[in-house]
Design a protein around this ligand. Structure first.
Ligand code: AP5
Ligand code: ZN
Length: 212
């Protein structure tokens, strides 16, 4: 199936995407990871405010559409079934997505602001396999070490409280209209994202099975 996963920064998109890839054999397409791998890419020829994606990301701002649209187009063309996470983030990206693919399920993980900030500032990520932990909600067995692969855990540069709040503001301004767009279309499946990860997963799995 082609799955779109919407939700604010820290709502649990990465966490649920990992389970979706394992259970449904779909490709995880995430603009955040793709951009982190290309933080230093030279985009000065586009004549924008900054010369690299990383400068936008560290400010909590959106990376410009031409850069992101190209990444998504290539990734979706290569995937036989996907979960798309972190895209679209504004109306222009939504129109672009509509023009290049067909969606089977659109999920929205609903989580309140203060919970988002707690999740983002406590998040730790494995530098080798990308597994995600939380210092309080989902700590690894040994502090700073990945349970799955033994890799070192690090904190993302944009998970400081200040940048996290800026990302949530940018989300509310630019991406809430995207959620509204799919809600009005009548295709949005809303999931209570404040539940424990296993309970969120139960709802996500049901929704995909019902719509795929
Ligand atoms: P991106 O990487 O997409 O980040 P994001 O959307 O801000 O989402 P996150 O990865 O931060 O959160 P998540 O929902 O995946 O949460 P997670 O599962 O880890 O984007 C980063 C930047 O790239 C953007 O700011 C922008 O600059 C740029 N960018 C990306 N896409 C773009 C686009 N399309 N256009 C323009 N620019 C773009 O969970 C968070 C934490 O909570 C973890 O610690 C986890 O363990 C914990 N947790 C998860 N679920 C639960 C639960 N149910 N209960 C308790 N804790 C939980
Ligand atoms: Zn790991």
């Amino acid at each position: 199936p082609n799955i779109l996963l919407l939700g604010a920064p820290g709502a649990g998109k990465g966490t649920q995407s990992r389970r979706l890839t394992e259970s449904f054999g779909v490709e995880h397409v995430t603009t955040g990871d793709a951009l982190r791998e290309n933080k230093g890419m030279d985009i000065s020829h586009l004549d924008l405010e900054y010369a690299t994606p990383g400068e936008y990301m560290d400010a909590g701002e959106l990376v410009p559409d031409p850069v992101v649209n190209e990444i998504v187009k290539t990734a979706l063309q290569e995937a036989d079934g996907y979960v798309l996470d972190g895209y679209p983030r504004n109306e222009s990206q939504t129109e672009y997505l509509d023009s290049i693919t067909d969606l089977d399920v659109v999920l929205y993980l609903d989580v309140g602001d203060e919970e988002l900030v707690r999740r983002l500032t406590g998040r730790r990520v494995c530098e080798d396999c990308g597994a995600t932990y939380h210092v309080d909600f989902d700590p690894p067995e040994e502090e700073g070490v990945c349970d799955e692969c033994g890799g070192d855990l690090y904190q993302r540069e944009d998970d400081t409280e200040e940048t996290a709040r800026e990302r949530i503001n940018v989300y509310e301004e630019n991406t809430e209209p995207v959620v509204e767009y799919f809600r009005e279309k009548g295709v949005l499946v809303e999931v209570d994202g404040e539940q424990a990860p296993d309970d969120v997963w139960a709802d996500v799995k049901d929704a995909v099975e019902a719509n795929a």
